[in-house]
Design a protein around this ligand. Structure first.
Ligand SMILES: Nc1ncnc2c1ncn2[C@@H]1O[C@H](COP(=O)(O)OP(=O)(O)O)[C@@H](O)[C@H]1O
Ligand SMILES: [Mg+2]
Length: 377
């Protein structure tokens, strides 16, 4: 099945589109990435997105317009990665505008019918609501795919995605998956760099700023006191906790040079990811994906704090680190079409495993027949 996975995470750096071949197999899927691209948001759309995000109040009118405009942007991203080739379906995560996992409240926008209109294929979307309806956090959803891609019976592995927020999936050699958000990924670093450079720089490319700075241990320790870090899993978090407010709450940052502040925030991510992994017994390989995998300083600090495990980018395992989440949603879309439950209740806290995702159908009969053929069902 040829599919497109569309993902836009909390970093708001743009829409990731992965064109993939997904083939069901004995115990999972074989996934091959054909093409990948990130389309940055048009400035107007990005402004509207940021204005709609907490703690800004937003309005229903703005939300409705954003839902439509983002649908257009997602549809165009799909169209552009398809390069005129036919695709069987699109799986669109949309953009999370609000997430309160503990109360099972989540909202992703980006009108799937607009995506369908532009991309000309069935669209699977709204992947989080079903888990929330079953009492879960609606996140993290990628652990299911992590298990398909990375589980190994000879060692305990962890798949860590460092996007705006960082999350970890522990894949025990034998035993049950544990998955949770560890805390901030790149979000605080991005906010710092953007604020200090008046928006000229959006992130600390390759961790170059952090590499030149030194960590303010006192401030780091103060930040590590955030109660989120001591809550036990399942737990999820977002911009609500680790956005600009978090930086404002630690005003001591303002007294540091940009380099020292970047080093301190980079260390916060490394320390909280490493701390979370160290609490899990026997992790010997850490597979990193997301934009943070391209931050050399962050990767070095993570390896420095994890003496007993190898830290590698997922690319080394044959899975593009920038495309992983978009690929994951293509797989989850396939599960939606198959009508298979794909949440991991232990990870999300849901009462039960549920089929996730809604379907904006286009020639659905033919598509489902193809699914049945491929799956031998
Ligand atoms: N070369 C790089 N060096 C350092 N950081 C990077 C690099 N490339 C991407 N990033 C970071 O990754 C972020 C995007 O990561 P991504 O996985 O797309 O997150 P999200 O899922 O939240 O959108 C950027 O905002 C930036 O902070
Ligand atoms: Mg992104």
């Amino acid at each position: 099945m040829r599919a497109i996975g569309l993902m836009s995470g909390t970093s708001l750096d743009g829409i990731d589109a992965a064109l993939v071949d997904v083939r069901p197999g004995e115990s999972g899927y074989a996934v091959e990435l054909v093409r990948f691209g990130t389309t940055p948001f048009q400035p107007d759309l990005e402004r509207a997105l940021r204005a709609a995000l907490p703690p800004n109040p937003g309005s229903v009118e703005a939300l409705a317009r954003l839902h439509h405009a983002l649908g257009e942007a997602l549809g165009k991203a799909a169209l552009s990665i398809a390069e005129g080739e036919r695709v069987d379906f699109v799986a669109s995560h949309g953009q999370t505008l609000f997430h309160d996992g503990e109360r099972s409240v989540t909202l992703q926008v980006g009108d799937a019918f607009v995506v369908r209109e532009i991309a000309g294929a069935t669209v699977c979307y709204d992947f989080r609501s079903a888990d929330c309806a079953a009492g879960g956090h609606g996140a993290p959803l990628v652990p299911y795919v992590d298990a398909l891609l990375f589980h190994d019976a000879s060692e305990t592995r962890a798949a860590v995605n460092i996007g705006g927020i960082a999350n970890a999936t522990i894949l025990p050699r034998d035993g049950e998956i544990v998955a949770f958000d560890t805390g901030p990924g790149n979000m605080l670093i991005d906010a710092l760099v953007s604020a200090r450079t008046g928006g000229n720089l959006r992130f600390d490319r390759d961790g170059a700023l952090a590499a030149r700075g030194s960590v303010d241990e006192r401030l780091l320790n103060a930040m590590l006191q955030d109660p989120y870090f001591s809550v036990s899993a399942p737990k999820t978090t977002g911009r609500e906790r680790f956005g600009a407010q978090f930086l404002r709450a630690h005003a001591a940052l303002d007294a540091l040079s940009l380099e020292d502040a970047a080093a301190t925030l980079t260390e916060l991510t490394a320390a909280t990811v490493a701390g979370a992994l160290a609490a899990e017994p026997g992790v010997s390989l850490v597979i990193v994906s997301g934009g943070g995998a391209s931050n050399a300083t962050l990767m070095k600090r993570l390896q420095g704090r994890l003496q007993h495990a190898r830290v590698e980018r997922s690319d080394a395992m044959g899975v593009s680190s920038e495309a992983k989440e978009a690929i994951a949603f293509a797989v989850l879309g396939y599960e939606t079409l198959r009508g298979r439950a794909a949440n991991v209740p232990r990870a999300t806290g849901a009462r039960r495993a549920v089929v996730m995702g809604a379907i904006a159908p286009r020639e659905l009969g033919a598509l489902l027949a193809k699914v049945a053929r491929e799956c031998g069902e």
